[in-house]
Write a protein that binds this ligand. Structure first.
Ligand code: CA
Length: 233
């Protein structure tokens, strides 16, 4: 059973989503403002498997919800909903840790497909990526379990969000090669390579905190001046 939290202040839309997600077999709760969404996600009894997060909300907006949830170390997959004329919101949502995004009005079948994909990636129930899918990588005192979205380092275990794992995977798969920010934006987030955002750099900073002994002097995720980043074992 997967638990989904819908955060949406338009009641008819929230109830429509609830109806359709329940029909797919999910257990669904609705939060109608940002404050109660944060309360449910960080203080509630239920551990959610996915959040559908509208950005325009009363109390706290969706960006703030995403920021607080990630700052608290909660790695729940977040699917962001934004109005169609607010493209910059998509980028900001991703910078705050959103894993996927759709613009309103959306096609229901597509939303349901993305929900399924996010939940499947979270569980990694096999079959999604095939035999050549990278599952585990070790270097220095770090062991990355892509199948569990976890990094083990010494006796510490760090949970990764879907996009953190995707970025690390993209770098490791291109080991030894300098990869541009644009290529990473495209491969990891499905954004145009020329999108104006610092998301790659801020996610790299996070990955370095997870895997580098001294994040200010990285030995595995190297900066390539004027170009991008390179992973070396
Ligand atoms: Ca709204």
């Amino acid at each position: 059973m997967s638990y989904v939290l819908i955060v949406e202040d338009e009641t008819h839309l929230a109830e429509g989503l609830r109806f359709n997600l329940e029909a797919e077999g999910y257990e669904v709760d609705v939060a109608v403002d940002g404050r109660s969404a944060v309360d449910r996600l960080l203080g509630g009894e239920r551990r959610y498997d996915l959040v559908v997060l509208d950005l325009m909300l009363p109390e706290r907006n969706g960006l703030e919800v995403a920021r607080r949830v990630r700052a608290a170390g909660n790695f729940v997959p977040i699917l962001i909903l934004t109005a169609k004329d607010a493209a910059s919101d998509v980028v900001r949502g991703i910078e705050e840790g959103g894993d996927d995004y759709m613009t309103k009005p959306f096609i229901l079948a597509e939303l349901l497909a993305r929900v399924r994909a996010l939940l499947r990636r979270r569980r990694w129930d096999g079959g999604s990526g095939g035999e050549d899918e990278l599952r585990e990588v070790s270097f220095a005192d770090v062991r990355v379990h892509f199948d569990r979205f976890e990094i083990e380092r010494g006796d510490e275990t760090i949970q990764l969000t879907i996009r953190e794992a995707a970025l690390l995977r993209a770098l490791i798969e291109r080991e030894g090669r300098a990869v541009t920010r644009g290529e990473l934006l495209e491969v990891v987030w499905g954004l145009r390579p020329d999108t104006n955002t610092r998301v790659v750099d801020s996610f790299i900073a996070r990955l370095r905190r997870y895997i580098e002994e001294d994040p200010s002097r990285p030995r595995h995720i190297l900066s390539v001046r004027g170009h991008g980043y390179k992973f070396v074992r």
